[in-house]
Design a protein. Structure first.
Ligand SMILES: [Zn+2]
Length: 332
């Protein structure tokens, strides 16, 4: 990657650039000339950092978002570094990268939520002009999804979550959209892809509207490492090859299992969470195996958790505190 001749143009300081609506933003991005890259440090009213790369050659348009959940740091750093390192002179097509789609959640270190209204941005898509802050922000991202030929939402384990790397493929979409997303997922260096039956979520919303999409999960525990950020970047570069935005071949790196049934075990009460010994992301579980217990402050077990089917732990909560209705373990 050529990083020696940056083509970035810095615009106004955060909060000083006025973007009245999605159409204006798209117009601005469409106005870039071939081989040009522009970085916006944070445009109003959302202070959204954003980099647009217009490839020297025509090709597909890709939207990458990270930080929809503001504490998923591996994804945020990978997106930031890709925005800096990708050279538009090498690209066939265009890329928009929004490395922190939820800036207030990032700065406030809020697991999953947007600070302005306390909503989970990933649950309000496609958004609404008349809605609260999160819904307006979602509407802006929807406008960019509709611009794109492919959309990737980069996630990971939150502050309180430990994660096995995997990818979600939208299962509620046209067969053509799901098939193309599945082919793209196969080029990632993860051994599990989950076929999602959900309709909420930024990537599901994009797929339902006709833009093939993926949600990648990598990293967690409110931490990041060089190895995990590099692994994330390697996945996105493999995807760029698959989409032919970057020349070169995609080599499938490992066999992938498609998982259509994932059990999302939630806490029934608020209390203290004690995972059973050996319950870890990436480890197999068998039907009937004890996954853990939720206890109250008298140390009384208030929820006893066992596996309903054979599978593998995809992610789990590692915090001691759990609230009613929040995830404890996801496996499948
Ligand atoms: Zn997330």
């Amino acid at each position: 990657m050529n990083t020696s001749t940056p083509r970035e143009t810095s615009f106004a300081q955060p909060g000083c650039t006025v973007w009245p609506d999605v159409a204006t933003l798209r117009e601005e991005l469409d106005g870039l000339t071939p081989g040009q890259k522009k970085s916006f440090p944070g445009f109003s009213p959302f202070s959204l950092p954003l980099t647009a790369l217009h490839g020297a050659q025509p090709g597909r348009k890709l939207l990458l978002t990270a930080g929809v959940h503001g504490c998923e740091y591996c994804s945020i750093l990978a997106a930031m570094e890709l925005a800096r390192e990708l050279d538009p002179a090498m690209l066939h097509g265009s890329i928009i990268i929004a490395p922190v789609a939820n800036p207030s959640g990032f700065y406030d270190r809020l697991p999953a939520l947007v600070a302005e209204d306390g909503k989970n941005l990933n649950r309000v898509f496609p958004g609404s002009e008349d809605g609260s802050y999160s819904e307006k922000l979602a509407l802006l991202v929807t406008g960019l999804q509709d611009w794109a030929d492919f959309y990737v939402d980069m996630h990971g384990g939150d502050l309180h979550e430990s994660m096995h790397p995997f990818v979600y493929v939208p299962g509620v979409a046209s067969a053509e959209v799901t098939d193309f997303a599945r082919q793209a997922a196969c080029c990632l260096d993860v051994d599990v892809r989950v076929l999602s039956s959900a309709t909420t979520g930024a990537y599901n919303s994009a797929a339902i509207r006709g833009t093939p999409s993926l949600l990648i999960e990598r990293g967690g525990n409110g931490r990041w490492s060089r190895a995990e950020v590099d692994a994330y970047k390697k996945d996105i570069l493999a995807l760029l090859h698959f989409l032919q935005i970057l020349p070169g071949d995609t080599a499938r790196t490992q066999m992938q299992r498609e998982c259509a049934t994932v059990i999302y075990l939630d806490s029934e009460v608020r209390g203290l969470w004690f995972p059973a010994e050996g319950i870890e992301p990436g480890r197999a579980v068998t039907q009937g195996q004890v996954l853990g217990e939720v206890r109250d402050f008298t140390n009384t077990v208030v929820q006893h958790c066992t596996a309903r089917l054979n599978g593998m732990v995809l992610y789990m909560t590692v915090s001691l505190a759990v609230k009613e209705g929040t995830p404890l373990v996801a496996y499948g």
